[in-house]
Design a protein around this ligand. Sequence first.
Ligand code: GLA
Length: 388
Amino acid sequence: MDIPTLEQSFTAYFNSKPEFIVRAPGRVNLIGEHTDYNEGFVLPMAIDRSVWIALSPRADSKIRIRSLDALATVSANLEVDSAFELNSLTKGKGWGEYIKGVAYELQRAGYELRGFDGVMTGDIPRGAGLSSSAAVELATARAFAAASGFEWDAVQMAKLAQKAENEWVGVNCGIMDQMASAACKEGYALFLDCRTLEHQHAPLPENVSLVILDTSTRRGLVDSAYNERRSQCEEAARWFGVTALRDVSVDEFYKSKVKSELSEIVMKRARHIITENARVLEAVNVMKDGNIKRLGELFNASHDSLRDDFEVTNDALNIMVACARELPGCYGARMTGAGFGGCAVALVEKENAQEFTKAVSTTYKQKSGLEASIYVCKASEGACIVER
Ligand code: GLA
């Protein structure tokens, strides 16, 4: 993003210079798909695509945010009355709901919010599985922290943003995207335990690039298929007599009578989650040892399990992953995010990366008839104030 242009846009709307510029990134998940709402493990990384807000605090509790992309303005009054009724915040539709939802949850959690004027823009493709909505939520939280002067607590902010998405927006997502956008560190992936929210910054291997392969197919998350997967996982957890599938080991799974006693579908869903958790743990270890070859194999196994057992890939994702795996320097490739469309991610030898991006676009187009967007991404910092 070009910061001077954002500043100029702010000045054009509000006739003054913005006091702060904040940003929050999108994410790509390296491995650990659909494990977050099973209280398991994930390994996302913040990408160098973000949402930015230029802002200045106001004397009152109003917010006005102009989106340079949606060409629309969201205004709300955040006054809280004596009964702590959040009065004038009303629900509507569109991107403004993420902002209002975050304001609502921050206030409910006891944060005293000061209003602000802001302009917002971003470069994360929407609906592509790169968490553009989590980025709007965390950029909003970061803007409120800057305007109201409270300290940034990444875990707390991620939890409130998730709550906003679950309850205000009505999307039943897990915690991974919000944690990645809030808490990642430049140059590192985030190894996160979704039960305790304990996390470690895992250094990324040298000499390899992470390449995002956008299939250009889209499917919304507010989708019955996501909720259906969640309830199938819950059914399996009940059968195993545990709080969440995180508590079942691969060994226990294979020794159990799950195959004869649960429906084939629920058994497959459970098998994906249980083996995927094990893959994340192994991925973190092999990353430490610099064993890229094994990391690539784990990427591949994850995709295959999402395709065959969890059944959340589509043809475009399967074609993309197959095209990527055939190319020189590619250690492994898998879909990333919720699935049903969106992006895959490939682990590619650095010196092959440029060549790879060209070749994969060409073969993907030949095989699917679709135009892909491919980018080599950098592990970026979580939500922050941009130094000027
Ligand atoms: C979406 C959700 C996440 C997670 C992934 C699948 O991105 O927002 O919470 O469940 O799907 O891993």
